[in-house]
Design a protein around this ligand. Structure first.
Ligand SMILES: *[C@@H]1O[C@H](CO)[C@@H](O)[C@H](O)[C@H]1NC(C)=O
Ligand SMILES: *[C@@H]1O[C@H](CO)[C@@H](O)[C@H](O)[C@H]1NC(C)=O
Ligand SMILES: *[C@@H]1O[C@H](CO)[C@@H](O)[C@H](O)[C@H]1NC(C)=O
Length: 487
């Protein structure tokens, strides 16, 4: 404030002193003037003498502190390399000082003094050489459980000193420190600060930031970032699920991975298959798990095939794969004879069966598809088969919860309470006007024993229900590694 008032007062006094004679008025740029190191600066100073400037009577002096930087007194002289005044400018009252490639030593309080005999007048302007920092954070993709370094780069600042503080969810986890600054060829400083940590998957949910304090900043710069915590998936082939009708479901459990983006695919001898998968479930440790299934409707009896479950994930450099070999025992001659006989009987039975099946609708028991030892997820499968209508549906219910867990039209995904369970329903056309309706309930395994029922509704006509009780989280789970033989 005193700086602003004093020149005003001075001007007033001068005007009074000079009376009606051509008054000398000097004005400079508003103080402080800020300049980036390395830039060219024109430090403005203008004057008017109330008429033409008499170059014989004119003296111009620029001082930094007490030291003379530039002077015009009949001739020009400079003590600062590259500084210049414009002669044409002086004739029209422009005494601005050009300072090329401003550096830290140019900072300070400048005085622009104009003498136009007998008048004399000066103004002061402060030059600050400074540049605010740019802040960027790198190295945020880290691997769970591995020693990691996150870097906060502070660039292009002047003067030298910056303070860096690391925060996690508003708590200080590093610093404040004053990292060693390096002077670049552009006259600006750079510094880096690092945060060392061994991340766990739960760190991916934390809000981190790098906070930088510098003299040019009113409030510190806070650069937010999230850790992208990578955790590799584990792959487990589960015991295949074989229904009474001979339908086989191959199952692959993918667990322990982060982030949730993942591609899981079943392959048969290298060719991709149409795959069903449960949606990723978040585990208590923050990792994700899902189950991918492939359903073989008519397992051939002649071949051996390799079925592979393949996983692609950002934490993997190459896809992870686990293979199951399908082996079907061949039949002996004696067995062929028996089969011939059986076929005859079967033909007779078939005729009866077709007549019977046309009108009959059967419903399977509920199968426990799989369980997830770590994730505590249970998959239940329920089927109905016969001459179904498109309006027929399967519905899941948990009697204890007294809650309908949802049904679903083919291909439709239930959205009810998605964290707790998910229902996928699909429909196979089996020929002879028959259909099979399959519904899979994926549910968080209850803590204690709990019952689930699957209800089949034939439009508005009739209904059938089957029920299963699962023993809760203590259940053991059959696991299978490597090859498996079915049948
Ligand atoms: C004053 O002179 C400088 C050159 O020394 C020029 O760049 C600037 O534009 C002039 N200012 C005005 C207001 O004429
Ligand atoms: C992190 O920040 C987001 C928004 O930026 C906010 O929704 C969330 O609650 C924050 N989490 C914590 C743990 O502070
Ligand atoms: C950095 O921290 C030190 C010590 O806490 C303090 O003296 C200094 O003023 C700070 N510098 C900046 C630029 O905030």
């Amino acid at each position: 404030m005193p700086l602003a008032v004093a020149p005003g007062l001075l001007l007033l006094l001068l005007l009074l002193a000079n009376g009606t004679r051509g008054a000398l008025v000097v004005s400079v740029a508003t103080s402080p003037v800020r300049a980036q190191p390395g830039s060219d600066l024109l430090l403005g100073c203008h004057f008017s003498v109330g008429g033409d400037v008499d170059m014989e009577a004119l003296v111009v002096q620029w001082k930094l502190g007490g030291r003379l930087v530039a002077e015009f007194d009949a001739v020009q002289s400079y003590s600062r390399a590259g500084a210049s005044l414009s002669l044409e400018g002086l004739r029209v009252g422009n005494a601005s000082l050009l300072l090329p490639r401003v550096g830290g030593s140019d900072a300070g309080l400048y005085t622009c003094s104009i003498i136009h005999s007998p008048s004399r007048e000066s103004r002061q302007v402060e030059l600050r050489v400074e540049a605010p920092p740019r802040v960027s954070v790198s190295g945020t993709a880290v691997r769970a459980g591995e020693h990691s370094t996150v870097t906060c780069s502070v660039n292009g600042f002047y003067p030298e000193s910056v303070n860096v503080t690391w925060l996690r969810d508003k708590q200080v986890v590093g610093g404040p420190e004053t990292p060693l600054a390096q002077l670049g060829p552009d006259g600006l400083y750079s510094a880096t600060s690092t945060l060392q940590l061994v991340p766990s998957i739960s760190h991916a949910d934390a809000n981190y930031s790098c906070r930088v304090q510098h003299i040019t900043l009113g409030t510190p710069i806070q650069e937010p970032f999230w850790l992208s915590v990578l955790s590799q998936p584990r792959l487990t082939l589960l015991q295949p699920l074989v229904t009474l009708e001979g339908q086989v479901t191959l199952q692959c459990l993918v667990s322990g991975y982060h982030p949730p983006e993942i591609t899981v695919q079943w392959l048969r001898d290298g060719d991709p298959l149409v795959t069903m998968e449960s949606s990723p479930m978040k585990q208590t440790d923050g990792s994700f798990a899902l189950c991918s299934s492939y359903i073989l409707n008519h397992p051939e009896s002649n071949a051996q095939a390799n079925f592979a479950c393949r996983v692609q994930h950002p934490a993997l450099s190459t896809p992870l794969e686990s293979t199951a070999t399908w082996t079907v025992p061949t039949c002996t001659k004696m067995c062929l004879g028996v089969i011939g006989l059986i076929l005859l009987v079967l033909l007779v039975l078939l005729a009866t069966w077709i007549v019977y099946q046309c009108c009959n609708i059967s419903m399977s028991q509920i199968h426990v598809g799989e369980c997830f030892p770590e994730s505590s997820v249970t998959v239940l499968l329920c089927e109905a088969e016969g001459r179904l209508r498109d309006t027929d549906s399967l519905t899941w219910r948990s009697p204890r919860l007294g809650k309908e867990l949802g049904s679903g039209q083919p291909g439709e995904l239930s959205t009810l309470m998605p964290e707790q369970h998910r229902v996928v329903t699909w429909r196979h056309r089996l020929g002879l006007g028959r259909q099979r309706l399959t519904s899979v309930l994926t549910v968080q395994t209850p803590r204690d024993e709990e019952s689930f029922s699957c209800t089949f509704r034939l439009g508005a006509r009739d209904m059938q229900q089957t029920q299963i009780t699962i023993p809760g989280v203590a259940a053991d789970c059959p696991l299978l590694d490597g090859d498996m033989a079915i049948f």
